[in-house]
Design a protein around this ligand. Structure first.
Ligand code: SF4
Ligand code: SF4
Length: 420
């Protein structure tokens, strides 16, 4: 097992122009599948299978211990080899189910239902049963998709914004998943008849042209620039688009999961793959990779021709997490993995804070990152939360601008974990 440093935050020396990728490279499912039963801190599943069991595609192999946790499915047919503990990409100990893939892909049939006859509670249960994790609302990161579906909504924001300094994967939506994306919009229209629906895209020309074309007869409007320029936090985005800061009448749907919701509710089909942007200077074949759940990162690296990365970052470069190990399954909800070479990462040591205040200037939540950082260093977590440290939406802007290369965001993530 090759280990990478997690002791240092990644600071980016310069911005680069985001590339657009529309080609999708498929990674074959391996013989040995590794399914993580963990979804986020304190949110895990218990195994529903045991060693020696035969499992089928669509079979539940883990069920959640609380309502925000979605089930884990087998994406292949085969035999359960072991249920054990492993270190995940981000260095957390997680329970995993190891399945030997028999290559037959025998399926367990799924119950047939008509979503239009379901109550809202039943519908939420069906969405939850799709096993999808969304990550876009950073104030409530990595939650089960069912939580998005409110009883009523006047406004619906379909968020297709991508932070990617290293590339956009949204073209996949208007090129490859076009049909199911539009079916997803129809589904929302039928569930929320009078709601105003808006797609939020990135502002670069390719995305605007792609989504404009896609949405032209859908009755849905497109918005690609919002005043906050801070689209990671959905409360702020919703305030800018609909003027509904409290999110009372607004719900936000992750655009990248909408096609899977459409397939799941309209055709009873599960989506067993996730799309990953693989990029960075250490990658020979950067692009969008379609990866079956249960696949370990090292196999994707092999396919992408990754050579001697200096740092690996899961999630976008400003706010992502350093990858700890690569022979683990890709955590659900991760949409981007960057393999950086030495000159893409600033290797300057952390220096003392010079109280320049730049971090506070760029913080969209109006926090004082230098002060919060000091509190984490002295482990005064009570004061950290009193000073609203828990409001940090983990955008990474403070770390990016800090001339002293302070590991600000990373320290806040640590503090929030301690609290949890
Ligand atoms: S990461 Fe930094 S800039 Fe972003 S919200 Fe948190 S404290 Fe503010
Ligand atoms: S940007 Fe860095 S050096 Fe400046 S006040 Fe913030 S933590 Fe201190």
């Amino acid at each position: 097992m090759k280990l990478f440093s997690i002791s240092k935050a990644v600071h980016v020396p310069k911005f680069k122009v985001a590339e657009h990728f529309s080609e999708v490279i498929e990674v074959d499912a391996p013989k040995n599948m590794v399914y993580s039963l963990s979804q986020q801190h304190n949110m895990k599943c218990s195994p529903t299978v045991k060693r020696g069991d035969r499992v089928l595609v669509n079979q539940v192999i883990g069920v959640g211990e609380n309502n925000s946790v979605v089930p884990v499915y087998s994406s292949v047919s085969g035999t359960v080899k072991q249920i054990t503990t492993k270190t995940d990409l981000l260095g957390n100990k997680v329970d995993v189910v190891l399945v030997e893939n028999d290559g037959l892909y025998e399926k367990q049939e799924r119950e047939v239902f008509s979503y239009s006859t379901l109550s809202m509670d039943e519908l939420r249960e069906k969405v939850k049963a799709l096993g999808l994790i969304e990550t876009q609302n950073l104030s409530n990161r990595k939650r089960g998709m069912q939580l998005s579906f409110k009883d009523t909504a006047k406004n619906i924001l379909i968020n297709a914004q991508e932070s990617g300094l290293y590339g956009q994967v949204d073209s996949y939506l208007y090129e490859k998943e076009k049909q199911d994306f539009l079916r997803g919009i129809d589904l929302l229209k039928s569930l929320y008849k009078d709601a105003q629906i808006v797609v939020l895209s990135t502002s670069d020309a390719d995305s605007v042209i792609g989504f404009t074309e896609l949405l032209k007869n859908s009755g849905v409007s497109l918005i690609s620039k919002i005043p906050t320029q801070f689209y990671h936090d959905m409360n702020l985005a919703a305030r800018d688009v609909f003027g509904d800061f409290a999110m009372k009448d607004t719900m936000v749907i992750d655009a990248f999961l909408l096609p899977a919701v459409a397939r799941g509710l309209m055709d009873q089909r599960l989506t067993h793959y996730q799309l990953l942007l693989i990029n960075g200077g250490a990658v020979k074949n950067p692009g969008i990779y379609k990866v079956m759940s249960g696949t370990t990162l090292d196999l994707v690296m092999e396919k992408a021709g990754v050579e001697n990365p200096f740092r690996i970052v899961a999630g976008n470069i400003l706010s992502g997490d350093a990858v700890f190990t690569t022979d683990s399954p890709i955590n659900r909800g991760i949409r981007e993995v960057l393999f950086l070479n030495e000159n893409e990462v600033s290797i300057d040591e952390e220096m003392n804070c010079i109280k320049c205040g730049r971090c506070a200037d760029v913080c969209p939540m109006g926090l004082q990152p230098y002060e919060l950082n000091q509190l984490v260093i002295v482990r005064d977590f009570d004061e950290f939360f009193k000073k609203r440290g828990g409001m940090c939406v983990e955008c990474g802007r403070c770390s990016y601008v800090c001339p002293s290369k302070r590991h600000l965001l990373q320290s806040f993530k640590t503090a929030k974990k301690v609290k949890r």
